[in-house]
Structure formats: C-alpha cells, structure tokens
Design a protein around this ligand. Structure first.
Ligand code: PLP
Length: 375
C-alpha cells in the first residue's frame, strides 16, 4: 500500500536494505559450511563471521552462539535442553517459553514486573534442580525486567537462568556476563534481519542437550546444515543493532507523544506498564470501549499497521495473557492495541496515527450513541 505507516516493529522489523542485499548475495554463493573444500571453507568463514557479530551484540563468546531457526526454537532448546527437572517462568513470557515444558508460573505486578519475592519463595521451597526463565523485554508492553537481579537471586539457589532477549536486542544494551544469565535467546527478524533465523547463546557452564539430532553442526548442539545466507543477514543486522542502540532511544520521545495525545483525546486511556522501565519504541494502551480488533482493522483502513497484543500465528485476537497477568480485566484488555516503532518510523507517522486513532474513537462514540436505546 502506498503511503502506509508501519507501526508493528515488535511483530517483525523491516529488513534493512544492506541486510537484504548481503543475504541475496550470499544466496548466490555455493557452499556447505561443513564441507572441507574451498566452497565449504568460504561458507564456513561467512558463518563464523556472523557468529562473531551475533556474539558481540550480547557480549558473549562466538563459540557460545548456536544458530537456530528463530526465537521460538531457541526458547524451546533452552527450556528443554538445559536438563533441569523444574522450570520457573514469569507469567508474561512469550508462548514459546510458556509451552516448551510443564512450567511453574511466577506472578508479575500491575506494571508487568516479575515479583521477586514470589520467585524467592518458590526457589526456597524446593531444591529440585531448577531453570528460571525471564524475558528481558516484553513483546506486548515493552516492559523491561530486572534480569540481573533475578539472575543473582536464582543463582543463590543454584538455578540456571535463561533470558528471552528477542525484543530487547538492539533496543537496550545486552551483556550476558553482566546480566549473569546462562542462556539467552535472540531472533534476526526483530533487529532488521531475515525471518526464520535466530540464536541461543549458551554459557560455558550449561551442558546443553540438543533437541534436533542427526549431525554435528553447531558443536553438536543443533543438527542440520546452517542457513548460511540468512545467517549472513543476521550477522549484519546484529552489527547494525549493536551500533544503533543509542539512536534507537530517540523513539521514546515519539512514543511519549503518542501517549500524551491519545490521553488528551480520551482521558480514560490506560497505558500498560507505564510506571516500569520500558523499551523506547513500544506502547500498549486502550481505546476505551472499542475492541482491539475494531481498532486494528479501522487503523489498517487508514493505512496504519498496528497490532492487538502479540502477533498470533492463528491471526485470531485473544485476551492477552500478559495483560491478564498484570491484573487487567478481560473487558479492558480486549480494548488494547500495541504500537511499536522502529528504524523506518518518521515523525509524521505520529501525527498520522493520532489523527486516525482520534477519528476512530469519535466514530465509535457516534455509533455507540446511535445504537443506544432512546431514553
Ligand atoms: C519475546 C519473544 N520471544 C520469542 C519470539 C519468537 O521469535 P521468532 O518469531 O523468531 O520465532 C517472539 C516473537 O514474537 C517474541 O516477541
């Protein structure tokens, strides 16, 4: 659509042109990274160069990076492969963590921040070998978790710690050592790289059991010929994400402007996670009395792409488990949309969005008045 405004960077971030070009060039090059001849050696070099770049994004050693088919696979590999009998996860994790095993849920507060006291009580109550999994930034609200504190607490009880950093990468600095986590997930298509490729970064003290077997690739931690062209794109995107973190913070001013202006139009608007540290690009708020689905479709007709919470593979809108965990009732949660900005965002997008949102709200009010029975 000409002149469309894309405000759904948390679902997927448009691929950077230089990344698309590098991926396309790599597609035209023959070579299996496991082959010993010159073609193989060239593919291997490209793979290892990308591995270094992905490692640098999260402050890890290149040999700790295991390439996967994306964040979902990396989360599954972390939760199942860590080999811990007990898995504690926050209530606001991505479904790929929540569904990876029979997990125990740690509650969050009204702003979506993990309840550390509840985590400590659970850890103290049972000495079964445990894995704790807490995301760095939430995909729906952008709320940033105190992962370093959580990891320190978990380690006191001998637990391993996994962190889903899919939404945080390139948006807030990440240093695995400083965070104190053992396993960390990243995904290329959230940082301007190609979809269908990601990585699990595995610290030295984790004896990871592979989920996919049948080949020695990735140091025996994930079998299967690596997707070299996509990984080359991932590497370049990781480089850009690492160096662009400071620039990314400018988006906070535009996010705040959206929140100020929608609140001026409808004072009953509720912004979720507003009192917690959040990613600069993400806001999740209600249009009072108007279903998320109606808003997403109405805004789409106005040429603006946003989402109703997480982009779900079924395309259906369900009450957000994230907002539910934050104590929001279903009626209010079902009126929330997520607006997520990124490197393609422009200042004019903010005006376009607020104008369309205001018009939709006014129209919904008119429709409600017309539908109301006469007094
Ligand atoms: C927090 C989080 N974790 C994991 C994933 C899954 O990543 P992928 O789409 O690469 O499988 C997503 C994608 O939306 C996400 O937002």
């Amino acid at each position: 659509m000409v002149n469309a405004v894309y405000m759904d960077h948390n679902a997927t971030t448009p691929m950077r042109p230089e990344v698309a070009a590098a991926t396309a060039r790599a597609l035209a090059v023959t070579g299996n990274a496991s082959s010993v001849h010159r073609f193989g050696r060239m593919a291997h070099r490209a793979l290892e160069d990308a591995r270094e770049k992905v490692a640098a994004l999260v402050g890890a050693a290149p040999e700790d990076v295991v390439f996967t088919s994306g964040g979902t696979e990396a989360n599954n590999l972390a939760i199942r492969g860590a080999g811990r009998a007990r898995v504690l996860v926050s209530a606001v994790e991505h479904v790929s963590v929540l569904k990876a095993a029979a997990v125990e849920i740690i509650p969050v507060d009204g702003d979506g921040v993990v309840d550390r006291r509840a985590l400590e009580t659970r850890l103290a109550a049972d000495d079964t070998p445990t894995l704790v999994s807490v995301m760095l930034a939430n995909n729906e609200t952008g709320v940033i978790q105190p992962v370093a504190d959580i990891a320190a607490l978990a380690r006191r009880f001998g637990a391993l710690v996994h962190c889903d950093a899919v939404q945080a990468a390139g948006r807030t600095p990440i240093d695995m050592g400083a965070l104190g986590v053992d396993l960390l997930t990243v995904s290329a298509h959230k940082i301007g790289g190609p979809p269908g490729v990601g990585a699990l970064v595995v610290g030295a003290r984790v004896p990871l059991k592979p989920e996919i077997v049948g080949g020695g690739q990735e140091r025996g931690r994930r079998a299967g010929t690596e997707n070299t062209p996509a990984i080359v794109g991932f590497g370049l995107a990781a480089d850009g994400a690492r160096t662009g973190i400071e620039e990314f913070q400018r988006l906070a001013a535009w996010r705040d402007r959206i929140e100020d202006r929608v609140r001026r139009i409808a004072p009953a608007v509720r912004v979720f996670g507003a009192h917690a540290p959040r990613l600069a690009n993400t806001t999740c708020f209600t249009m009072p009395g108007v279903a998320s689905e109606t808003q997403v479709m109405g805004l789409d007709l106005a040429g603006i792409a946003v989402s109703a919470g997480a982009a779900c593979s079924s395309g259906k809108v369900q009450t957000s488990h994230v907002l539910k965990a934050m104590g929001v009732d279903a009626e209010e949660a079902d009126c929330a949309i997520r607006v997520s900005l990124g490197w393609t965002s422009e200042e004019a997008d903010i005006d376009r969005f607020v104008e369309a949102w205001g018009a939709l709200y006014a129209r919904a009010g008119r429709d409600a008045r017309l539908a109301a029975p006469a007094a």
